[in-house]
Design a protein around this ligand. Structure first.
Ligand code: M6R
Length: 612
């Protein structure tokens, strides 16, 4: 997500500006929409910020007078509030004695904002959740910066890597970490704080990892860590041997693998930050009454590629939970088929980038016909988000690999939340069902981690089958949609001819292609379709195809029919797509790796398709 760099050296030195901006440049690969820097000068912190690339910030600070021995800098990936100069970090309190940069999300920022406005008359300059932190530290300051920071974080709920400086104590940078990465780097006569290792690799290979709920106080000569109990902690630095390229990928060989591994976190963020204490869903303030929902006679879900596959799962969820007919369409088809859309239509666009031209054009078509537009988007402030009536953001963080992984699973979480929300408001699901699904959703991040722990088994299969020319994916019900995604993943990064089909359709033609050279990946995760899928596996086995099945733990009957089985943790049928896709992503990744493909940037593909 956002990038953080802080630097402090001796007061008789300068050069903080270049060190901080170069550090931010090392974090550019993560994606950002604006940036900013605050340097200590003449008794206060002077802040400059700009939307767009770092080159815009560089122009703004191209002034030899604007430099210092210490400061903090940030690249922002928008979550609360559009990308703008005002929303860019750093943020300061009103008298500019406290300046902060922040990664993460403050869940209770609205109530803190209200309190600051009512009790302290604070006038906010941005729409961000982060700005409240600067004001809070300001009002909590009673002569001791560290105490003010601790008092402030005790009032905050959410996730944060918070880095702050104070004009009253300009020799130090204080950082606090909760569920967002933070590290410190040991320099010579200077020290660093950052969100990620690449930011400081040029200057330091000795790194201290800050753990959850720890505080770090960085001065030119010392880095002090305080534990969750606020008592000093001793920690040995890590010696980093990675080069910058490896460090950007967090030690993984490719962004795709890194992003696959980020899914437990992404799913957790997207889900948990929308659940109130009583498990009711706060769908980002979207107002949709029972009358509104009953007024929709149809829902269209429109998207492209992986996002379209997420739509297929969304259709099943909305139809089951909100009992409204849903059509899913690829955007490039929808826009040219004069669809039945009017003011009784709910149109849901799904897009990671929010800039896919086909999706945008379909959205405009539906809007012109009077539909209510709800979008599920990853990039805040993107065109799809801006042109929608309501937006539910997938808080997946920047997705860099062309092959979409964490965007898909977080899109699924949003679709389940939308379906549950609509079903609850409409009254088409009862409390018991609602609670069961929410409880199950909460187990998903842990179960995805469990699958990631089984990565070796999937890698082993990939290493044995990477030379296949044709790989088929089959499944029924929700498994059939996930098969499409597994097949797309495989073909886009490994260039293997792959095809996905609803298992029941095989006998109507496609089964003619099966022979001893064919590998079939058969998804059989649905309890009520388990036996039916066993028959489909038998069908392809009878044509000598080799079958790798995917089933839930304990469903060992499948071993009688399939040649081998990859198991996923037990899970309710409705939610298995959140799990079953993960082994398919891993399989595609290792097949492509064995074939020596350019995994993060496959040939002929772009991350964001802004052409028709
Ligand atoms: O940014 P979007 O979600 O709108 O992109 C849609 C598709 O182009 C995208 O999902 C594409 O299919 C991915 N490369 C799949 O991995």
């Amino acid at each position: 997500m956002c990038g953080i760099v802080g630097y402090v050296a001796g007061a008789d030195t300068s050069g903080a500006k270049d060190i901080i901006i170069n550090g931010l440049r090392r974090l550019e690969y993560r994606g950002y929409d604006s940036s900013g820097i605050a340097l200590y000068k003449d008794g206060k912190f002077e802040t400059r910020k700009s939307v767009g690339g770092l080159e815009n910030l560089e122009k703004l600070v191209d002034d030899p007078e604007f430099d210092s021995y210490m400061g903090i800098g940030h690249t922002r990936w928008a979550t609360h509030g559009v990308p703008s100069n005002a929303n860019a970090h750093p943020h300061s309190n009103e008298d500019e004695t406290v300046t902060i940069i922040h990664n993460g999300i403050i869940e209770n920022y609205l109530e803190l904002r209200e309190m600051l406005a009512e009790k302290h008359g604070v006038k906010f300059k941005s729409e961000t959740d982060s700005e409240v932190i600067a004001h809070l530290i300001g009002v909590n300051y009673e002569g001791d910066f560290l105490q003010a920071v601790h008092k402030t974080v005790d009032m905050m709920r959410g996730a944060y890597a918070l880095v702050t400086v104070c004009a009253h104590e300009p020799d130090k940078i204080i950082g606090v970490r909760k569920d967002a990465p933070m590290i410190a780097g040991i320099g010579k006569g200077c020290n660093f704080i950052a969100s990620d290792i690449p930011a400081l690799l040029e200057h330091s290979k000795e790194v201290l990892i800050v753990e959850n709920n720890e505080t770090i106080i960085v001065t030119k000569d010392d880095i002090q860590i305080l534990g969750a109990d606020r008592k000093p902690v001793t920690r040995e630095p890590l010696h980093i041997t990675w080069d910058v390229d490896a460090a950007e990928k967090g030690g993984y060989d490719h962004f795709m693998l890194k992003e696959i591994h980020e899914q437990p976190e992404g799913i957790k963020d997207t889900l948990m930050k929308r659940l109130k204490d009583d498990d009711t869903i706060n769908l980002d303030g979207i107002e949709m009454t029972k009358e509104d929902i009953e007024g929709f006679n149809k829902v269209y879900i429109v998207a492209c590629g992986t996002a379209y596959h997420a739509g297929l799962v969304g259709k099943a969820a909305i139809e089951k939970m909100a009992r409204i007919p849903v059509e899913v369409d690829v955007a490039s088809e929808f826009r040219y088929r004069d669809p039945f859309v009017d003011d009784k239509t709910l149109f849901i666009a799904i897009s990671q980038s929010g800039e896919t031209l086909d999706t945008l054009a379909a959205l405009r078509e539906a809007k012109n016909k009077g539909a209510r537009i709800l979008s599920v988007v990853n990039v805040v402030g993107s065109s799809v988000a801006r042109e929608s009536d309501d937006v539910v953001y997938t808080w997946a963080g920047p997705e860099i690999a062309v092959a979409s992984t964490k965007a898909y699973t977080t899109q699924l979480v949003c679709m389940y939340l939308i379906a549950l929300f609509m079903g609850k408001v409409k009254g088409s699901i009862d409390d018991k069902y609602y609670k069961e699904i929410i409880a199950e959703l909460k187990t998903i991040p842990g179960k995805v981690s469990e699958i990631l722990n089984r990565e070796g088994i999937i890698k082993d299969a990939a290493e044995r089958f990477f030379n296949k020319n044709d790989i088929f994916f089959i499944g029924r019900g929700p498994d059939s949609g996930v098969s499409l995604e597994g097949s797309l993943k495989l073909k886009e990064i490994s260039y293997i001819n792959s095809f996905a089909i609803a298992a029941g359709e095989l006998k109507h033609g496609t089964i003619a292609l099966m022979d001893e050279k064919t590998l079939v990946i058969a998804l059989d995760t649905q309890d009520f379709l388990f036996e039916k899928m066993l028959s489909n596996i038998k069908e392809v086995k009878a044509r000598d195809a080799y079958v790798i099945a995917l089933a839930k733990d304990g469903h060992t009957d499948i071993e009688r029919e399939a040649d081998e089985v990859i198991y996923i943790p037990e899970c309710r049928d409705e939610l298995t797509p959140l799990l079953s896709v993960v082994p398919l992503q891993i399989f595609a990744y290792y097949v492509a790796k064995c074939r020596g493909c350019n995994i993060d940037k496959p040939k002929n593909l772009a991350k964001s398709v802004t052409v028709e």
